[in-house]
Design a protein around this ligand. Structure first.
Ligand code: PLP
Length: 366
């Protein structure tokens, strides 16, 4: 099969074996055989972040936002209040969800590309004792920033807040150990660093916290965390029709993750990132963030000032060469973005670097 190099932040490039795992005999998802596959996938998902002793996976059909919405609408009690860190599009999206449900909230908003100041956040927590939850994006894919999760979790502990962490684009890419980083609700999806196909997302929930949410009147049916969890606990099956083939592909992707190991995957991604930095330097381009804030999973590159530069034209140039690049999204400077997740390695990034330099030189942009 033709191989495309996806440098957009997911759905990421998959292996041929993950693609092949989609081709399975037709099966009714109410059969025991599929129930066993589902149970096994749920276990593997929580194992990726060493949460098997303390956490359960609740899985949803839908892209990553489905699981974010599920967590947000299911865990804040009627008299609760949530703090949202907004330093990118995904923090902002959480706020949009919370507003749609009319849940009491407060937003800590800074420019997209600014690093959150822990002391400033602590001031908010001190003056607002009604807060019960904190929503944090781990890797803010808008800018490529790795938010300071350990420090933010310390604040949660100190002020007794339950943490909801959108780890969509970091789960399986960067090591997360729930025994050392006690996130209450960790969210991700099938198609980013775990390298499966798009179609399911999940909340890895602390078991005790999850049970406590059973007392909160459901705000909807389809995305209720406790409803989905209790159904699957009782029956071993998805509550609603699952995307059968996507679950098979995810199972294969999880097996490939454990084969590569977290250390191996992170090292492969970091090598691609470092190769990308060489290309950025060669082309004389500027990055949005200082290196110390980089996730090493996605890099936001400031767009060249030249009037000859045109993102869509550059995009098409790459696309013709089987490479997909990604535009920016509302950061404090205009950027384009290059992710280095998925089944690619530093040699693919060398290809990208070669074409980037060629393009800029041909167009006299640099
Ligand atoms: C990709 C992503 C999402 C979810 O986006 P979907 O398009 O719904 O899959 C949420 N948060 C972050 C940080 C992401 O990178």
């Amino acid at each position: 099969m033709k191989r495309n190099i996806l440098l957009n932040p997911g759905p990421a490039t998959t292996t041929d074996t993950v693609k092949q795992a989609l081709m399975v005999p037709d099966i009714c998802p109410r059969e025991e055989e599929f129930g066993e596959l589902t149970q096994s996938v749920l276990k593997k998902i929580v194992n990726v972040v060493n949460g098997q002793a303390t956490h359960s996976t609740v899985i949803f059909t839908g892209s990553g936002t489905a699981a974010v919405e599920a967590a947000l609408c299911s865990v804040v009690a009627e008299d609760g209040k949530i703090l949202i860190l907004d330093n990118g599009a995904y923090g902002k999206r959480a706020e949009t969800i919370i507003k749609a449900y009319g849940i009491s909230h407060r937003t800590f908003r800074i420019e997209w590309g600014d690093f959150p100041d822990i002391n400033q956040i602590e001031i908010v927590l001190k003056e607002d004792p009604q807060l019960t939850h904190f929503f944090i994006v781990h890797h803010e894919t808008t800018t490529g920033m790795l938010n300071p999760l350990p420090e933010l979790l310390e604040l949660c502990e100190k002020y007794e807040l339950d943490s909801i962490v959108d780890a969509m684009s970091s789960y399986a890419g960067l090591p997360i150990d729930l025994q050392n980083q006690p996130v209450d609700y960790l969210i991700s999806s099938s198609n980013k660093c775990i390298q499966g196909m798009a179609g399911v997302s999940f909340v890895i929930a602390n078991k005790e916290k999850l049970v406590a949410t059973s007392k909160i009147p459901p705000r909807n049916l389809y995305l209720n965390l406790w409803g989905n969890h209790s159904y699957i606990e009782q029956t071993g099956q998805f509550q609603f029709t699952p995307p059968v083939q996507i679950v098979y592909a995810l199972n294969q992707a999880l097996d490939e993750f454990f084969e590569e190991t977290q250390t191996g995957r992170t090292a492969r991604y970091v090598k691609s990132y470092e190769t990308l930095l060489e290309g950025i330097e060669q082309a004389g381009l500027e990055m949005l963030l200082p290196k110390s804030q980089h996730s090493k999973l996605l890099t936001a590159i400031v767009e060249p000032k030249s009037p000859k530069y045109d993102f869509m034209e550059m995009h098409d140039y790459f696309y013709e060469n089987d490479i997909t690049i990604y535009p920016g999204k509302g950061a404090k400077k205009d950027t384009f973005r290059i992710a280095n997740i998925g089944s690619i390695d530093y040699r693919d990034m060398q290809e990208f670097n070669k074409f980037m330099l060629q393009y800029f030189q041909e167009k006299n942009i640099i």
